[in-house]
Write a protein that binds this ligand. Structure first.
Ligand code: FES
Length: 382
């Protein structure tokens, strides 16, 4: 994931819903009431929430951010993160939730959730964001697959609205036209921004009469798109959201064309399968065992723990010690558990969320981190 700075200086927002700055502080849960549920596809709903006056400020968001939900299912707490699909300019807070097989929360949201129900929702988080500026005259390329369209939708709508001289190329992969989330809304956007928005639907199980648009979004197709529809190095920013294979393919192709890595912003929309693809057992076995005294700081409060470098993660140890530290996926993807090492050092098992410069600045995913020095201080407030 990706801290997105390429829009240059921040615009004083046209809307009351845009944060003035990216908030690094840990999110907190509040109870929000559902005001609307829209069936986007047979297995995807979008859900809008009411914001009481006292929470409007807390839930201001930047296009691309996500909300984390917490719900108890038969005594088991489940947390899931879903990207916000609305634009702050619409004055709405809405997420899209695609039902996944065996998914407790997504099945509940798609089948049982009703208008008027209340959910525990963490304030917006995430650094896969765009901060449009009316003075920009840019071309942006968004590449999404399946429900990866959700944060991209918020970004695309916001960019087109705020930047009258910018263009967007959207490459969007799905199985068939029936599974295209936001199909109508995308068509409306296309009508509204006829000369500034190009949408390329790539369908893996529906032949549209074009080889380029038939199949999965892979290296070959991305190479062709780049050759035909945009000048790769001139594009101001790329937004990639989808499964890891698609993101890896896009990064590979773009980097091979000389695109600056800093322009490539990406977010995995699922951790499913990611952990299976990486074997860290060797890292664990070879890591030297160090006894460590770890302090976590959250909202100015300190929690102290005795840990070992080969035991629990810092997040799990902090939760066991009673600290209400933020997390969602526990799979190195969502970034909710991000914190900064202020003293000592830590080792991450996996990282699909932090950018290189964040890691260099000392940020870690606490759900993946183990102490590697005798004293470690980690802050969620930085
Ligand atoms: S909880 Fe999602 S990256 Fe750690």
């Amino acid at each position: 994931m990706l801290m997105l700075k390429f829009f240059g200086r921040k615009k004083e927002a046209k809307t009351s819903l845009v944060n003035k700055t990216l908030q690094n502080k840990a999110g907190h849960f509040h109870v929000l009431k559902v005001t609307d549920i829209k069936q986007e596809t047979p297995d995807c709903v979008s859900v809008a929430f009411d914001l009481p006056d006292e929470l409007v400020e807390t839930y201001k968001y930047i296009p691309g951010q996500y909300l984390t939900f917490k719900k108890d299912f038969d005594g088991v707490e489940v947390r899931r993160s879903y990207s916000i699909c609305s634009s702050p300019l619409e004055g709405e807070l809405r997420v899209a939730i695609k039902q996944v097989e065996g998914g407790l929360f997504s099945t509940y949201a798609n089948n049982e959730l009703k208008v008027g129900d209340e959910l525990e929702v963490m304030s917006p988080m995430g650094h896969f964001v765009a901060e449009p500026n009316a003075e920009n005259k840019n071309t942006y390329v968004a590449i999404a697959a399946g429900s990866g369209i959700t944060p991209v939708m918020s970004i695309v709508k916001s960019v087109l609205e705020v930047e009258p001289n910018s263009n967007v190329e959207l490459i969007y992969g799905n199985r068939s036209s029936k599974s295209v989330i936001f199909k109508e809304e995308l068509e409306d956007l296309k009508d509204k921004y006829l000369s500034r928005l190009e949408i390329h639907h790539v369908l893996s199980r529906e032949d549209q009469g074009s080889d380029l648009l038939y199949g999965r979004i892979d290296n070959k197709k991305l190479d062709q798109f780049a050759e035909q529809f945009f000048r790769a190095k001139s594009v101001a920013g790329y937004f990639l959201c989808g499964p890891i294979d698609m993101i890896n393919a896009a990064r590979e192709v773009l980097e091979s064309k000389g695109v600056d890595k800093k322009k490539i912003h990406y977010e995995l929309f699922t951790s499913a399968g990611v952990a299976d693809k990486v074997d860290h057992s060797k890292d664990q076995k070879t890591a030297e065992k160090i006894d460590s005294r770890v302090t976590v700081v959250l909202d100015g409060d300190e929690t102290h723990m005795e840990m070992t470098s080969t035991g629990k993660t810092i997040l799990d140890a902090a939760l066991d010690a009673g600290a209400d530290v933020p997390f969602a996926c526990k799979g190195a993807v969502c970034c909710t558990c991000r914190a900064k090492v202020l003293e000592g050092s830590a080792r991450m098992e996996m990282n699909y969320a932090l950018m290189d410069d964040e890691v260099a600045d000392g940020y870690i995913l606490t759900c993946q981190s183990h102490p590697t020095s005798e004293k470690v201080v980690v802050s969620y407030d930085e």
